[in-house]
Unconditional design. Structure first.
Length: 134
């Protein structure tokens, strides 16, 4: 029987967010996916839908995550701060990267809002300031 979300402490979920954040900076898709629930969802920062492009299910989320590095091969998320309250969490960081499409540098503050289930990330909803490329 799997544990309920309430059985995971805030410290355990904070450690999960720290591991998740490090995996983004290491461009480590396997560790990212190990942090995600089987029926995970990722709402990207942009796209035609109300919540940006939504990737539903492990394979779609994996592909959506990989697009960040395809679009900005040197992408980094700096100065990350995390907090957890119950089954929800937030990470705030500075996104930096060079766009592959035109070589222009991006730098903007962002937040990810998470929903946890069974000690993993069930939903990652990303928000980023709409700042022009540098």
């Amino acid at each position: 029987m799997s544990a309920t979300p309430e059985s995971h402490t805030s410290d355990q979920l904070l450690a999960l967010l720290q591991r998740f954040s490090q995996a983004w900076n290491q461009h480590d898709i396997d560790t990212l996916m190990a942090c995600m629930a089987d029926d995970c969802v990722f709402h990207a920062t942009a796209g035609p839908e109300l919540q940006g492009t939504s990737y539903v299910g492990r394979e779609a989320v994996r592909q959506g995550f990989a697009l960040a590095w395809k679009n900005c091969p040197d992408a980094r998320w700096l100065d990350a701060e995390h907090f957890v309250q119950g089954t929800r969490g937030v990470s705030e960081s500075t996104f930096c990267g060079t766009r592959a499409s035109d070589g222009r540098r991006m730098e903007a503050r962002m937040v990810d809002v998470f929903t946890f289930r069974d000690g993993k990330i069930a939903v990652k909803n990303a928000f980023r300031k709409d700042r022009p490329a540098l």
